[in-house]
Ligand binder design. Structure first.
Ligand code: 5MM
Length: 335
């Protein structure tokens, strides 16, 4: 199991973070539609391989989460995608859940599926070069939600998934995401996130998952996007740290936040402030999708052949987040 701990530390050590490029085809199509680029397999690959061959892959991006389509694709320079990523010093990873579906018994909520046949799929991904995996449970906040049922069933699935992944010698990323959607306060988010994370660890321990060989991917503590309760970045950092300190067992080596709809700068600034006050032994880094890719995607969509220009924008965001993962970022540097 030391091997899994080492992989987790290689992914997140020295300020490195994760590029979440595991959008399913449906989500990627929405992203490409928003910048008027046709969502063909070729275009999805072109954008992604542009990012995967950028210089920040060596010093900033410790791991890339891929989607099933991408891990099996061959780059324009005839490299297998996982090999391209490894050759630059980063680790290839793979999303293995099959998506969030309606939760029977509480149909307004979701349960993430994908356990059937998972052991066999994991072997296939391992043979394709994956060193780590991801599974995302998704929860909404309202007066009645997340329900006990959703908290319990998603934690159970995350734990069964993690045990299978470690059995196959890969590091599971455990991602319980409380969505920002809604008018809830930051305090509601704090309470619900604590409850969800605590339940996840209860189940992970029950399923004998080695906590030294996982990465937790949580949301930050934020007020809902329709909330009147506005809190400062300093408060976001304080609440987030307080929540994780009291809910995450100390064996866990690293925490890599999702950006969850924050703007690029917000996600970087909040991560930086968290690291400025981080008095735990947890590495606190990033596993961003939108907050790493948004500007690069916008630029790329204007001229999909401008590889260098796109990489420059992506490299800048990766560098800024790597500084933030060490508490060394500032707005002046970013500008
Ligand atoms: C990249 O998006 C992932 C989900 O994709 P699907 O909804 O298509 O399955 C998502 O899990 C992502 O990895 C995390 O939410 C982090 O992305 P953001 O954009 O929130 O940082």
């Amino acid at each position: 199991m030391t091997k899994l701990n080492n992989i987790a530390l290689e992914i997140l050590g020295n300020g490195k973070g994760i590029l979440a490029a595991d959008e399913s085809t449906g989500t990627m199509t929405k992203r490409l539609d928003s910048v008027n680029v046709p969502s063909t397999a070729e275009n999805r690959l072109l954008f992604r391989e542009t990012l995967f061959s950028s210089s920040s892959m060596t010093n900033c991006i410790g791991g890339v989460i891929l989607y099933d389509e991408t891990i099996k694709q061959i780059s324009s320079k005839k490299n297998k995608i996982p090999e391209l990523i490894s050759s630059l010093g980063s680790h290839p990873g793979i999303k293995v859940d099959t998506g969030a579906k309606v939760l029977a018994g509480s149909p307004e909520e979701k349960i993430t599926e994908g356990l059937d046949g998972l052991r066999e799929r994991l072997k296939e991904y391992y043979n394709l070069g994956a060193k780590f995996t991801k599974w995302r449970g998704v929860y909404t906040i309202s007066k009645d939600y997340p329900s006990k049922l959703s908290i319990h069933s998603n934690a159970h699935a995350l734990a069964r998934y993690s045990a299978l992944v470690q059995e196959c010698n890969m590091v599971p990323i455990v991602e319980p995401e409380i969505l920002m959607d809604g008018d809830h306060s930051a305090n509601d988010c704090y309470q619900k996130t604590s409850e969800v994370i605590q339940k996840c660890f209860e189940e992970l321990i029950l399923h004998k998952v080695d906590l030294k060989g996982i990465i937790l991917k949580p949301n930050m503590i934020l007020a809902g996007n329709k909330s009147k309760d506005k809190i400062t970045s300093k408060e976001v950092a304080e609440l987030t740290l307080k929540c994780l300190k009291s809910s995450v067992p100390s064996e866990v080596p690293g925490i890599a936040f999702l950006s969850g709809g924050q703007s690029e700068i917000e996600a970087t600034e909040n991560l930086n402030l968290i690291n400025k006050i981080n008095n735990t032994n947890f590495i606190m880094s990033y596993s961003y999708g939108r907050a790493l890719q948004q500007s690069a995607l916008k630029f790329w969509s204007k001229n999909i052949k401008d590889i260098e220009g796109t990489q420059k924008i992506f490299d800048h965001r990766a560098k800024m987040n790597t500084l933030a993962a060490q508490g060394k970022w500032s707005r002046e540097i970013d500008n």
